[in-house]
Design a protein around this ligand. Structure first.
Ligand code: NAP
Length: 487
């Protein structure tokens, strides 16, 4: 089966921060792939905007290089044709330079306008204000904003208030690229498109749910930024929270932006505070023998006394009828054994086993893998083939159907590509609403304030491990085990 590519309407996309890391690694190669897939219409135009002085030819050269480096395999031979769609304006978000040029570029264009704020959040307000001052944004214009969206509830509220001064909520697209992943959407299709799962999707049949986002990289060149943030702010408040919402939410009445986001919001608001002994923070150690290449967290951030966590594991509870008493274990960390993001739903044992004890104990496990190798598998118990009595064995049922859907099945579409196309279509379903972001901070803030008040010091853990041993204990004392972190 070949996936259908539905072209979007002609658009002008201005990327503020068009020379930055995110634009070069994700946004521009993603747009090129959409162009190759035939999704980009004739009149589409992409304008890079940043302070660096260069002309359109220089920008096209920079973008061509970025595409060669980060474009991946799904490209086509029409790079020149794509590059012709690009323009560039040297602009200062905080000053007056470049705004009149941008105004001229955008004048008398009667098509969808998207302004992508791929710059630090401290510039969001300046950009929003200048877009209005210069008459560049009309009631149908859209803005895309990147994480981090605040560092606590107060700053997130301030940021929302600033944007709300210039744009309606329907114009604001807060991006969380985890929501753009094929498997995350497939999770909703599996949950709400089948009758099989929903009756089991509750405290009566689900033993617990785990969400792991493990990275092998350390903080790298982001040390200064990361040390002010940590795993809770950088990963849990946004990415893991969004995954938790999709797993735990009630079926929305319709698959439309506000219906879905209303249900996600209810999940966040139903989260209990996390108890101190249900929370483990860690900091990675240097790789023995390779300390200069793989330094410890504290060396990497240049602070031998840093108390910021590069790893966090916690047990959360959702106080509602569906999930009362069902634990949700979340963990994420850097310099772990493998790069792996996975949601696992572990179902309860059958109420009674008709088989003898040597048939073993078996459980259904639904595993939703986000990276690498996106896919969904359901572990089912069957009879081990062959003579010799009834022995049971767990086999994975592949629900991704990659083979059935073929190489064009869509799984290779990067999250950014999909999300940018959604912005152009005006579909906010996979973007965070203001109240969602604020509710997530309202849950996160007291957890952070709690460990700060306790002067909690993160536990050291070996590079290439699964985090501090205390994180294993968090589950073991409940008689459970984390899933293996495997690439
Ligand atoms: P970056 O590499 O530092 O790029 C920043 C961009 O902003 C550059 O193009 C820079 O160009 C431009 N810029 C800075 N000050 C400006 C000003 N006053 N006026 C106009 N342009 C200005 O940052 P990034 O990694 O691309 O990240 C951009 C945003 O995305 C950040 O909010 C970041 O947190 C978020 N994000 C990034 C990633 C990632 O993988 N990189 C992932 C998730 C979220 P000039 O210096 O030429 O002006």
């Amino acid at each position: 089966m070949v996936s259908r590519v539905i072209p979007v309407d002609p658009f002008d996309l201005v990327i503020f921060g068009g020379t930055g890391d995110l634009a070069r690694r994700k946004i521009l190669p993603g747009l090129y792939r959409r162009f190759c897939a035939g999704q980009m219409p004739e009149g589409a135009r992409v304008v890079g905007a940043a302070r660096t002085e260069m002309d359109a030819a220089g920008y096209r050269e920079m973008v061509a290089e970025a595409i060669r480096e980060f474009g991946g395999d799904e490209t086509c031979d029409d790079l020149e044709e794509f590059l012709e769609k690009l323009d560039y304006v040297a602009i200062d978000a905080r000053g007056e330079a470049g705004w009149s040029e941008l105004h001229s570029l955008m004048a008398s264009r009667d098509q969808i306008e998207v302004y992508y704020f791929s710059v630090g959040p401290s510039l969001f307000g300046d950009l929003a204000e200048r877009l209005q001052q210069w008459g560049l944004a009309g009631p149908d214009s859209r803005i895309v904003v990147e994480k981090p969206f605040g560092r606590d509830l107060e700053s997130a509220q301030a940021l929302n208030a600033t944007l709300a001064r210039y744009f309606d909520e329907q114009q604001i697209y807060r991006i969380d690229h985890y929501l753009g992943k094929e498997t995350v959407q497939n999770l909703m299709a599996v949950r709400f498109g089948n009758v099989l799962f929903e009756p089991l999707w509750n405290r009566q049949y689900v033993d617990h749910i785990q969400i792991t986002v493990a990275e092998t990289v350390g903080v790298g060149g982001r040390g200064e930024y990361y040390d002010k943030s940590g795993a809770m702010r950088d990963m849990v408040q946004n990415h893991l929270m969004q995954l938790l919402c999709l797993i735990a939410m009630e079926p929305p009445a319709r698959f439309d932006p506000d219906a879905v986001r209303d249900e996600k919001l209810k999940v966040i608001r139903a989260l209990d505070p996390v108890l101190p002994h249900h929370l483990i923070r860690g900091q990675y150690l240097a790789e023995p023998g390779q300390e200069s290449r793989y330094p410890s967290y504290r060396e990497a951030v240049g602070d031998p006394r840093s108390r910021t966590e590069s790893f966090i594991a916690l047990k959360a509870h959702i106080s509602n009828w569906r999930w009362h008493g069902t634990p949700f274990y979340l963990r994420t960390g850097k310099r772990m054994i493998a790069r792996s993001s996975e949601i696992t739903v572990v179902f309860k044992d059958t109420p009674h086993s008709i088989f003898t004890e040597d048939a073993g104990r078996h459980r259904n496990v639904l595993s939703i893998r986000l990276q690498p190798n996106e896919g969904i598998t359901l572990g089912v118990t069957i009879k081990e083939p062959g003579p010799g009595g009834m022995r049971l064995v767990d086999v994975p049922l592949d629900m991704t159907f990659a083979e059935a859907l073929g190489p064009e099945g869509g799984a290779q579409v990067d999250a950014y590509e999909r999300l940018i196309m959604d912005v152009i279509r005006g579909n906010q379903t996979l973007f965070m609403r203001d109240d969602e972001v604020e509710a997530a901070w309202a849950w996160t803030d007291p957890i952070i304030q709690g460990w700060e008040a306790r002067h909690d010091v993160p536990k050291p853990y070996d590079s290439g491990s699964t985090g501090p041993t205390d994180a294993l204990e968090l589950m073991r004392r409940d008689g459970r085990e984390w899933r293996k972190v495997s690439p």
